[in-house]
Design a protein around this ligand. Structure first.
Ligand code: SAM
Ligand code: CA
Length: 293
């Protein structure tokens, strides 16, 4: 805020120092895209982005919705993060035609796994040929349906998978006979239930209905491993989080409809001691949460 920063005293800051957020400048945003993002965008991603931006326009019912695809600058950032983390298992809630999903698939190793949830299989299938062409379709396990019930099922499944891995690792290591196998399985069960459940996914990307972000958080915070990252998209929600300060700019109904949910969610994350957070002003706002315990 002008004049209130430490060490600056009461003097007005020059305007240039107040403009720290790239969202304030379309031209700057375009400059980043044209200089650093588009020239390095993988071919399959570029083709999928173009299909989403053009072909969907021809279908009037969904024409409007092509703005839903995640921005390439944001995915360039997340792709680097995934590689830095050596992420192998990820979860995505909200797929649409698959731009963020394809960028994720391209960033995971060959044996990487992504569970991807969306109510709309048709849009996912529109993008699927680009996954096939890029040789990453095998990494994606698409689950069609509402995210909340699927997440509830997934919690159980993740526990079972972890359980199976642990017990079979025991068995493979020590047992040769059937009887020892069973004994080792039972020992594994005891070990599993004594271990605190620490999560399965390295990374989770949440980009579906904003009114459920809080519900998603309560589920995925248990499913991401300690040290893993959850990314929540659109946490600046078109700038409407400060709608009062932007009274001159009218926001469309679909923005105002979920504005309170985003405001509530941002405040809730800021107070959640289970995660460390970082609220980024990239694209439409991205909040990263690192699980602490
Ligand atoms: N991440 C996508 C991309 O990069 O193209 C964009 C996702 S789009 C913003 C939101 C998606 O969430 C839509 O495809 C919609 O069908 C899905 N969705 C909305 N509510 C949902 C729910 N309750 N359960 C599952 N999917 C949902
Ligand atoms: Ca989004």
């Amino acid at each position: 805020m002008a004049g209130s920063s430490e060490g600056v005293g009461d003097k007005e800051l020059p305007p240039i120092l107040e403009q720290r957020c790239i969202l304030q400048s379309e031209a700057l945003s375009q400059y980043i895209m044209e200089t650093s993002v588009y020239p390095r965008e993988p071919e399959a991603l570029r083709e999928l982005r173009q299909l989403t931006a053009t072909d969907l326009r021809q279908a009037p019912a969904i024409r409007f919705w092509n703005v839903m695809a995640t921005g390439p600058d944001e995915m360039q950032f997340l792709s680097m993060l995934l590689k830095l983390m050596n992420a192998k298992k990820t979860l995505e809630i909200g797929v649409f035609t698959g731009y963020s999903l394809l960028a994720t698939a391209l960033s995971l190793p060959h044996d990487g796994e992504i569970i991807a949830i969306d109510t709309n299989r048709k849009n996912f299938e529109l993008g699927l040929p680009f996954f096939e062409k890029a040789g990453v379709a095998h990494k994606v396990d698409f689950r069609e349906g509402l995210a909340l019930p699927i997440l509830n099922e997934l919690t159980k499944e993740v526990r079972e998978r972890k359980h199976y891995k642990l017990t079979s690792a025991f068995s493979n290591l020590i047992s040769t006979t059937y009887r020892t196998h069973i004994m080792m399985y039972m020992a594994g069960c005891v070990f599993y239930f004594q271990e605190k459940y620490k999560g399965w996914f390295d990374f989770v990307f949440v980009d579906a209905d904003k009114s459920n972000y809080m519900n998603y958080h309560e589920r995925v915070v248990e499913m991401v491993r300690v040290g893993g990252i959850i990314g929540y998209d659109n946490t600046l929600w078109n700038g409407s989080v400060v709608a009062e300060a932007m009274a001159e700019r009218p926001f469309p109904w679909y923005i105002m409809e979920s504005r309170d949910a985003i405001l509530e969610f941002n405040a809730y994350l800021a107070a959640d001691s289970r995660v460390e957070i970082c609220h980024l002003s990239i694209a439409d706002g991205l909040t990263l949460c690192r699980r602490l315990r």
